[in-house]
Design a protein around this ligand. Structure first.
Ligand code: ADQ
Length: 464
């Protein structure tokens, strides 16, 4: 059989959000690659045009060895910073080999960015917690560049952050940027507090700025969103109707109420807590037994890390127990899909559902809930149960807020969602759609770039 090279779309908010952004500005995206296919597709300068369906930006590859992936990505990034920033201190592991690889790889990203910038200078926009140190190297190499960073996950309270043995280096790395963005002003506030307490840096709350070692960094909130038009368009298409019909048939959902959860399998997403609330819903409200099916789309992620392996086992065991306790030949309380689905298929699930459940224990923003809202039609929209601890809760005010730590309350919220009268669902959905339409991923990008442009124009990058 002929070997073919295909494109895998990651089940992750950041990559999906940035694709349209890079296309809109025809920039260069620097990302690590591994595997033969990545190597075979680049040119002599490790570059390729993307995305494959409509090439409109350049992708520059950085090659990481297995050892670097283990220590930089699965190590410091995902066993250090991820659990630290999401307050899962039981999962935090700090190792010197993790840190050494993190520093090294950050340096390589910075050098590639400095290299790609060209003679005219310009903006280097760093994304996320994997690159906290890159700005410091980039600044040394390209003092002419404007450096900005967007941090896609929460920034924890100082009491949490201070347990990190590399806290000073992380803060100083991020302060090499001119502009630093978080989803929420509370995360920005936590960062400012850490700068003042750890570095004794001067924080100017009115300017939302930190002054440290003769340099000013503006720190502000830019809540991310989705490509709203694209989701609305797919949701309204005839092909989506056909997909919905196929899903109903495949999972035997014709006469059922349907719930949906879509998550990377991550302990921060509150999947275990959700399953416990579902069990309680069926116990306390037997009218839903046989009549309500919860579809959990949960694609495994970071499976090399033990905490993620335990989580997957725990989720599997809970679903199996619930299904064998209550399920029959014709009905299962929970249907699981552990694959990465094409966006169009996800949209069909969103449209079918009577209720979406997002029960994050901690979440920077959460794009799934925004996708669900964008896909609803106002004839018969679904209800939304949204964790109070997802960043999106500060934006979408007409959901049913849930507390994933309180199983009984959560179960009652699920019941309320399933029994919510049409007029109430419509009013809430209309308001949420309105909020969302004014705030797409393009607005996010524009706001961030405008802030960068304004700072550059002011030339405000030196101490007062
Ligand atoms: P994530 O933690 O990855 O993102 P989230 O914002 O929920 O979380 O985005 C997940 C994305 O992956 C959504 O676009 C969803 O449609 C997609 N997805 C999930 N499961 C899928 C599957 N099985 N098949 C296909 N697609 C799937 C991080 C932060 C978030 C923040 C984003 C963006 O943790 O808090 O909202 O970055 O900043």
């Amino acid at each position: 059989m002929e070997d073919r090279i295909g494109v895998e779309r990651p089940a992750g908010g950041l990559a999906l959000a940035l694709d349209p952004v890079l296309s809109a500005i025809d920039g260069t995206w620097i990302a690590w690659g591994d595997g033969d296919a990545d190597r075979q597709t680049v040119d002599a300068h490790d570059r390729i045009r993307g995305p494959p369906d409509a090439p409109s930006y350049t992708l520059r590859r950085i090659w990481l060895s297995d050892e670097e992936i283990e220590n930089y990505y699965f190590g410091f990034s995902n066993q250090g910073l991820w659990p630290l920033c999401h307050n899962f201190l039981q999962h935090v592991k700090f190792r010197d080999r993790f840190w050494n690889a993190y520093r090294r790889v950050n340096g390589r990203f910075a050098r590639a960015a400095a290299d790609e910038l060209g003679d005219a200078g310009g903006l280097i926009w760093l994304q996320d917690y994997h690159l906290a140190l890159a700005a410091a190297t980039a600044r040394r190499l390209r003092p002419d560049a404007f450096l900005a960073h967007f941090w896609h996950i929460p920034w924890p309270a100082w009491e949490t952050f201070r347990i990190c043995p590399r806290k000073v280096a992380l803060l100083e790395g991020l302060l090499a940027n001119d502009l630093l963005g978080f989803h929420l002003s509370s995360f920005a506030g936590n960062f400012l507090a850490a700068c003042s307490r750890e570095l004794n840096a001067f924080v100017d709350p009115t300017k939302q700025a930190v002054f440290h070692q003769g340099h000013m960094t503006r720190v502000a909130a830019f809540p991310i969103s989705i490509d709203v038009d694209r989701f609305e368009e797919i949701a309204a298409s005839a092909r989506t109707e056909a997909r919905m019909a196929r899903i109903v048939e495949r999972f035997d959902l014709a006469d059922k109420r349907i719930g949906i959860g879509v998550d990377r399998l991550d302990y921060s997403k509150g999947i275990v807590e959700r399953l416990e609330a579902l069990r309680m819903l069926f116990q306390r409200h037997p009218q839903f037994v046989g009549r309500f099916t919860f579809v959990q789309v949960a694609v495994p992620s970071r499976s090399e890390i033990p905490a993620y392996q335990y989580l997957e086992d725990e989720v599997d065991a809970k679903i199996q127990a619930l299904n064998s306790e209550l399920g029959t030949d014709r009905w299962q309380p929970v249907v699981t899909i552990k694959e990465s689905l094409p966006q169009r298929e996800l949209v069909a699930f969103y449209r079918l559902a009577d209720v979406a459940v997002v029960s994050s224990i901690q979440d920077g923003m959460n794009l799934v809930v925004k996708e669900f809202v964008a896909c609803q039609d106002l004839e018969d929209p679904g209800a939304v149960c949204l964790s109070e601890f997802a960043g999106a809760a500060s934006e979408l005010e007409h959901t049913l807020p849930v507390n994933p730590f309180y199983t009984e309350g959560f179960a009652e919220d699920l019941r309320r969602a399933l029994e919510m009268p049409l007029v109430d669902r419509r009013a809430r959905m209309q308001a949420m759609k309105q909020d969302l339409r004014g705030n797409s991923v393009f607005t996010w990008m524009q706001d961030f770039l405008d802030a960068a442009g304004a700072l550059r124009a002011e030339g405000m990058t030196s101490a007062p």
